[in-house]
Design a protein around this ligand. Structure first.
Ligand code: BDR
Ligand code: CA
Length: 318
């Protein structure tokens, strides 16, 4: 089985990505590390436990990580995911928060990768603070990964959080910079514009949520807020290219689950703008070759197998 470690800020699309991994017969989810992002890290941990509970997978360990970015304060995405990160639709039977492991997320990440050298696919669907801290503590970590799959960054300088920056990079630009520059392992990026171009239709959404299962009922409850937000004027402007819903984080997870999911990608040196009057947190893609000395290239996803994606998403709520 493919060994996957997920690093999340469990909002609604992180929940969808985790459920994709849990439904994939070829995947063993080794653990979930949590970080600030869509909501406070404490909520992220609770949300992750709720997702594992509805999938009967509470035995998978959940670790609490960084509460703040490397510099400055955390931001949140309450307008989209709800203030608690999962649509402000509380669950009376939610698992107790003390199920979170005592070991911290960064040490767990280092330990798990070192226990499985060359085998772990790390899927990061959140601000990259935990990953940046981990590589500073153990610089050999990236060389021991099978691959790194990130939802984050942008390719057309279209932001969804600031004018030019995507949320996960905007929420911790220094961490994104460190990860893009220091993770010298095969790296796949599901960037913001790509996820928008690869939307699922609202008809698919209806059929997906109408399945007669506890998982579908859970998803329908937590996702209502994001569905309404997606149809708001603000999101219609942010969400490049037409209507439909964008499960951003699920593309990174699907690429980790199935090597044939990505049909086309471009390999370029990438970095992150850290200064800039309007551009802090924006991803920089060198399509020409200016950054020749940059040790780091990433595969930027361009086209994926949407039929497969629909099948995976459907199966994840069965
Ligand atoms: C990213 O930001 C978060 O709100 C989502 O969970 C996703 O990881 C999209 O920009
Ligand atoms: Ca996320």
């Amino acid at each position: 089985k493919k060994k996957v470690l997920a690093d999340v800020d469990c909002g609604t699309d992180d929940a969808q990505a985790i459920m994709l991994a849990l439904a994939a017969p070829n995947v063993e989810l080794l653990g979930v590390t949590c970080v600030h992002g869509n909501t406070a890290v404490e909520n992220v941990c609770k949300n992750t436990l709720r997702v594992l509970q509805v999938c009967n997978k509470l035995e998978i360990p959940v670790f609490k990580g960084a509460a703040k970015p490397i510099l400055g304060n955390s931001i949140s995405a309450g307008h989209f995911h709800g203030m608690d990160g999962l649509g402000d639709a509380p669950d009376p039977n939610a698992p107790a928060a003390d199920l979170v492991q005592k070991e911290g997320a960064v040490s767990a990440m280092i330990r798990i990768v070192n226990e499985n050298p060359g085998e772990v696919s790390l899927v990061a669907t959140a601000p990259l603070t935990n990953l940046a801290l981990a590589v500073k503590m153990d610089p050999s970590l990236p060389s021991k990964l099978r691959g790194l799959y990130i939802m984050g960054g942008n390719t057309e300088s279209r932001g969804n959080t600031t004018v030019c920056a995507e949320f996960n990079f905007a929420a911790d630009p220094e961490a994104a910079y460190i990860v893009l520059n220091e993770y010298n392992c095969p790296t796949y990026l599901a960037c913001w514009e790509f996820t928008c171009y690869s939307k699922l239709s609202w008809d698919f959404c209806d059929a997906w949520l109408a399945q007669d299962t506890d998982k579908a009922r859970f998803m329908a409850r937590i996702f209502r807020h994001s569905i309404e937000a997606s149809q708001s004027e603000r999101c219609e402007k942010e969400f490049v290219a037409g209507t439909g819903f964008v499960s951003c984080d699920s593309y990174a997870m699907a690429a980790a689950i199935d090597d044939s999911f990505v049909l086309e990608s471009d390999e370029y040196p990438v970095s992150v703008e850290l200064a800039g009057t309007h551009t802090r947190g924006m991803m920089v893609v060198d399509t020409v070759g200016f950054m020749k000395k940059s040790p780091k290239k990433a595969f930027i996803m361009k086209k994926v197998d949407m039929k497969k994606f629909e099948q995976m998403m459907m199966a994840s709520l069965k």
